[in-house]
Write a protein that binds this ligand. Structure first.
Ligand SMILES: C=CC1=C(C)c2cc3[nH]c(cc4nc(cc5[nH]c(cc1n2)c(C)c5CCC(=O)O)C(CCC(=O)O)=C4C)c(C)c3C=C
Ligand SMILES: [Fe+2]
Ligand SMILES: [Fe+2]
Length: 335
C-alpha cells in the first residue's frame, strides 16, 4: 500500500464569475487570447487588435445577457460551475467509499475560477506525489484537452518537485461513457415516445483546425457511431451536427442551427437533441440548444422538440469517470 495520496485534477472549460459585462470581459479575454482556441493568422498582432478593439468591446454585453438567462439554473451561479462542483463532490464520495483516504479530487477550470493553478496548489499542499488529470472532454480537441495540458504544464514547471503525472487524453470510446449516454436517452424516452430523429450535436471547431490534423471530428463521428450502435438505431433515425460557431470562417459542418431550420421541410417534425460532447450542461446547451435552436425548429414548422440533458451528476456518469481514473492508477495504488 502506498503512503501518499493520489491527486485527481478534474477540469472543465470554465465560466465567468458573474453574468455581467465586466465579468464577461475578463473571462472572454483569457479564453480568446488562448492561441489553441483562436489559432491566429501569421501576424498575431492582427488578432490582438480585433480582440481588444472590436470583440471585447461588443461581445461581453451580449454574452452577459445570454449568461443571465441561464444563471442559477442548476444552483446559484453558472450552470457549468455548479454542475462541475457537484461532479467533484460525487467523485470524491465515490473514491472515499472504495479507496478511503487514497484519492483527493480537485476541480480546476481552464479559464476563470477555480483555476487549474489553484487546484494544483491544493494538491501540492496535500502532498499528492502522483497526479492524474481528467479533462471532462470525452473527445480530444487541441482547443480544449490540448489547452488544458498547457495550463497544467505552465503551473508544474514552477514546482521544484515535479509529481508523477498522468493525463487522460480522451474517453469517447470508453464503454462506460457510451453506456451512460445510452441510458440517459432510454431514461428520457421512458417518459414519452421516440422521436422521428435523434440529433447528436457537438461543439464545432473551425474546419481549418481539422484540415491541419485535429482529431476532434473523428472522435465525434465515432461517438455518434458507438451511441447509435448501443441504442440499436436505424441509420435514418439519427444525425450528427456541430453547434456554437464563432467568427466568420468556415466551421465543421453540418451546422446544428441550419439543420434544424431545414428538418421540418423534409417531414421531420418531432425531434430529440442530445449533446454528447458536453459533460455538463452550460450556456451552449441550455441557451443555445434548449432555447435558441428550439425556436428555429418550431418556427420552421417543427411540432415537438426535446433536449436530453447532459450526463451531469448522473450516478452512471460518476461511475464512468471514477472507473477511468481507477483503471489508469491501478499500479499507483499498489506502490
Ligand atoms: C473561438 C473559438 C472557439 C472554439 C475553437 C471553441 C471550442 C470549443 N469549446 C468547447 C466548449 C465550450 N465552449 C463554451 C463557450 C464558448 N466557446 C467559445 C468559442 C470557442 N469554442 C466562446 C466565445 C464561448 C463563450 C460563450 C459566448 O460568449 O458565446 C462553453 C460554455 C461555457 C459556459 O460557461 O457555459 C463550453 C462548455 C468545446 C468542447 C470546444 C471544442 C471542441
Ligand atoms: Fe466553445
Ligand atoms: Fe453559443
Amino acid at each position: 500500500m502506498g503512503q501518499d495520496k493520489i491527486g485527481v485534477l478534474v477540469t472543465n472549460l470554465g465560466t465567468p464569475d458573474a453574468p455581467t459585462k465586466s465579468g464577461l470581459k475578463i473571462y472572454l479575454k483569457e479564453f480568446l487570447s488562448d492561441t489553441r482556441v483562436v489559432e491566429p493568422p501569421p501576424a498575431r498582432w492582427i488578432w490582438k487588435m480585433i480582440l481588444n478593439f472590436i470583440i471585447l468591446n461588443f461581445r461581453p454585453r451580449l454574452s452577459a445577457k445570454s449568461y443571465q438567462s441561464v444563471w442559477g439554473a442548476f444552483g446559484s451561479g453558472s450552470p457549468l460551475f455548479d454542475i462541475s462542483k457537484q461532479q467533484e463532490e460525487s467523485l470524491q464520495i465515490q473514491f472515499d467509499k472504495i479507496h478511503p483516504g487514497k484519492y483527493q479530487v480537485e476541480l480546476g477550470m481552464r479559464y476563470g475560477n477555480p483555476s487549474i493553478k489553484s487546484a494544483l496548489r491544493i494538491l501540492e499542499k496535500a502532498e499528492c506525489d502522483k497526479i492524474i488529470v481528467l479533462p471532462l472532454y470525452p473527445q480530444y480537441a487541441s482547443a480544449t484537452t490540448g489547452s488544458t495540458f498547457d495550463a497544467v504544464a505552465d503551473e508544474i514547471k514552477t514546482w521544484r518537485r515535479v509529481p508523477e503525472m498522468r493525463f487522460v487524453n480522451h474517453y469517447f470510446n470508453d464503454e462506460r461513457y457510451i453506456s451512460a449516454l445510452a441510458n440517459s436517452v432510454k431514461d428520457f424516452q421512458k417518459e414519452g415516445e421516440k422521436p422521428d430523429l435523434l440529433l447528436m450535436s457537438y461543439h464545432g471547431i473551425p474546419r481549418r483546425y481539422f484540415n491541419n490534423g485535429d482529431s476532434y471530428p473523428c472522435h465525434c463521428c465515432q461517438t455518434t457511431y458507438l451511441l447509435a450502435k448501443k441504442l440499436e438505431m436505424e441509420p435514418d433515425t439519427y444525425k450528427m451536427t456541430y453547434q456554437s460557431r464563432f467568427g466568420r470562417e468556415e466551421w465543421m459542418k453540418d451546422y446544428t442551427d441550419e439543420t434544424l431550420k431545414g428538418l421540418p421541410g423534409k417531414g421531420v417534425k418531432n425531434i430529440q437533441v442530445i449533446c454528447p460532447g458536453f459533460s455538463a450542461d452550460c450556456l451552449e446547451t441550455i441557451e443555445e440548444i434548449e432555447e435558441e435552436n428550439k425556436e428555429y425548429f418550431m418556427q420552421a414548422g417543427g411540432e415537438k422538440y426535446q433536449y436530453i440533458p447532459a450526463l451531469n451528476n448522473r450516478q452512471d456518469h460518476i461511475d464512468c469517470l471514477y472507473g477511468i481514473v481507477e483503471d489508469k492508477t491501478q499500479d499507483w495504488l499498489k506502490q
